[in-house]
Design a protein around this ligand. Structure first.
Ligand SMILES: [Zn+2]
Length: 212
């Protein structure tokens, strides 16, 4: 199998380069984007917690290629480097790293995921907000649950979806906490219900339970 090696072109948000190798791709290879969009539902966080395994820095050796997406530095970067080293033993690997998940970083991430082929293994490493939002993006682009691995290095922040203004925002808290929605300034309670499709915890007016 012939390989073409090149440096990741990335986008302006890519702070340092990854390693990107492409196999010769047949026309029949399917991209993730060609899959039908998955049915989405609401699940509790517990189901996801089980895949947050920071102690394991090895990749699934059965992957056909690997995409590593890391946010932040320090611990996140350390895990990403370890996964990169292991992934290179098994197939083509691309590593993208950003300060955070944002409208700016979303674009190059989306491009990288769209170009992934069946059998890819995507590892997302970083703060809880960044990882959950990025995983939701990957799922919306066709990645299956068993192709996405979430490694959360810090869980003090999380994404909420405000039931009132329908905006997603980053807050410091946990399910049960009352926080202020940065978009509409309401005091909202974070519920345990987690939407895989939005990558968010549902939040609604904290006064709702006390109203007559
Ligand atoms: Zn709001």
């Amino acid at each position: 199998m012939a390989y073409e090696t090149r440096q990741s072109s990335g986008g302006t948000a890519v702070r340092h380069g990854g390693i990107q190798r492409h196999r010769s791709i047949s026309k029949r290879s399917r991209t993730l984007a060609s899959r039908r969009r998955l049915a989405v539902g609401v699940v509790t966080l517990d189901r996801n917690i089980s895949s947050f395994e920071l102690s394991d820095n090895t990749v699934d050796p059965s992957g056909s290629s690997y995409l590593l997406i890391s946010f932040g530095q320090n611990e996140s970067e350390t895990h990403a480097r370890a996964l990169l080293a292991d992934a290179m033993n098994h197939g083509p690997v691309q590593w993208l790293t950003f300060a955070s998940f944002s409208p700016v970083s979303r674009r190059p991430i989306e491009g990288a995921i769209r170009s992934c082929r069946n059998g890819v293994r995507i590892a997302i490493i970083g703060n809880q907000f960044d990882v959950l939002q990025c995983a939701a993006l990957a799922r919306s682009l066709g990645a299956l649950e068993n192709e996405i691995r979430k490694l959360i290095t810090q869980s003090s922040d999380l994404p909420i979806y405000c039931a009132h203004c329908r905006q997603t925002s980053r807050v410091v808290g946990t399910p049960g906490s009352v926080v202020v929605c940065s978009a509409c300034a309401r005091s909202v309670e974070i519920h345990a219900h987690f939407s895989e499709s939005k990558g968010c915890f549902l939040a609604s007016d904290a006064r709702a339970r006390t109203l007559p």
